[in-house]
Design a protein around this ligand. Structure first.
Ligand code: PHE
Length: 339
């Protein structure tokens, strides 16, 4: 092979590289010229047979040929790769998409968020308290008589003589009033614990939302009623019925239990509401003067009400859930319905 033929081989091979339409074609071109029995490789091998006088010039030209082909191939390879990612066949728009599952809030969290939003619109802020409480905050300051049966081992989960798993969110009332002067307007969502046997409507570890409003101007039972009626409509819709029944709590006087119309029968009476047409959702009342004394407020100078909702109860009514146990089982078939 002479220098002219070398030149011809160079333009032929560079043309072939340019013409390669995809990675596979380019690989074929590489094998044809630079492969073990490729034409350019053959030229390199033939160097030793070139007469010594011509060898330097021929060798130089042969090396230049090989380098030119290698560089052209590398360049073409890069061009093909970027073409493919930009627009090429690597992306098939007709393929079904890859579905990534997105998580969602637990229905109980959804209820807590919604309740907080509704009360925030009328000036309530969210307060917090620990699950492990003192006997003072959970019972004594809430005016629970020293030997009240709710304190018994069979109802309350005690940790020490003085510490317990809170049986209600009401101790957060005490914390809030000890920490600041009135007006106090808070709600407190949280876990509560009772030594209860699990059934369709009871759990040993459920959730409450406590509410407390104390001010230095008169606050009445009518204010409490209006607030809870507002809440019921916002949470459940215009059609919801609300009723107050006289009750007793050590920390409120007078005290009431609050019922919403039954979600299952709409008030006609069914098995879920034991034919009454109503479901109990909260306890409430006017804060007892003795509670004010425990937190250092002057009972002659402050007025207020408190209420405590069961979160599960509200969720059951709002979403028509027939059994409280669904909330704790983490069955995705149940949870996905709230996405
Ligand atoms: N803590 C009461 C209960 O668990 C509910 C309640 C809260 C009642 C606030 C009155 C005022 O049953």
């Amino acid at each position: 092979m002479n220098l002219e033929e070398l030149e011809a081989l160079k333009s032929e091979s560079l043309e072939a590289v340019k013409a390669a339409a995809d990675a596979a074609a380019l690989e074929a071109v590489r094998v044809k010229y630079l492969g073990r029995s490729g034409t350019v490789t053959a030229v390199m091998k033939s160097l030793k047979d070139v007469p010594p006088a011509e060898r330097p010039a021929f060798g130089k030209a042969a090396n230049a040929l090989r380098q030119a082909v290698e560089a052209a191939i590398a360049e073409r390879q890069a061009a093909l790769a970027s073409e493919e990612t930009a627009s090429g066949p690597a992306f098939d728009y007709t393929m079904p998409g890859r579905w990534s599952e997105s998580g969602s809030l637990h229905p109980l969290s959804m209820v807590v968020k919604e309740v907080a939003r509704i009360f925030s619109r009328i000036g309530f802020t969210v307060a917090d308290g620990p699950d492990i409480e003192t006997k003072f905050n959970n019972f004594t300051a809430l005016n629970t008589a020293p030997h009240h049966p709710s304190m018994d081992q069979s109802d309350t989960l005690w940790i020490t003589d003085d510490l317990l798993l809170r049986t209600q969110t009401s101790p957060v009332q005490i914390r809030a009033m000890l920490a600041r002067k009135p007006p106090v307007r808070i709600i407190c969502p949280g876990r509560t614990y009772r030594r209860d046997t699990m059934d369709a409507t009871h759990s040993a570890n459920f959730h409450q939302i406590e509410g407390l409003y104390v001010d230095t101007k008169p606050v009445s039972l009518a204010d409490l009623k209006a607030t809870l009626a507002y809440f019921a409509r916002e949470m459940m819709g215009e059609g919801i019925g609300v009723r107050f029944r006289p009750h007793f709590f050590p920390f409120t006087e007078p005290s009431v239990e609050v019922d919403f119309t039954c979600h299952v029968c709409g008030g006609k009476g069914c098995r879920v509401c034991k034919q009454s047409g109503w479901i109990e959702v909260a306890g409430a009342g006017m804060v007892d003067p003795r509670v004010y004394r425990h937190v250092g407020y002057d009972p002659e100078k402050v007025w207020g009400y408190a209420f405590g909702f069961g979160v599960e109860r509200i969720a059951m009514i709002k979403y028509g859930v027939p059994d409280i146990r669904y909330f704790y089982e983490n069955d995705l078939r149940f949870l996905k319905q709230f996405r």
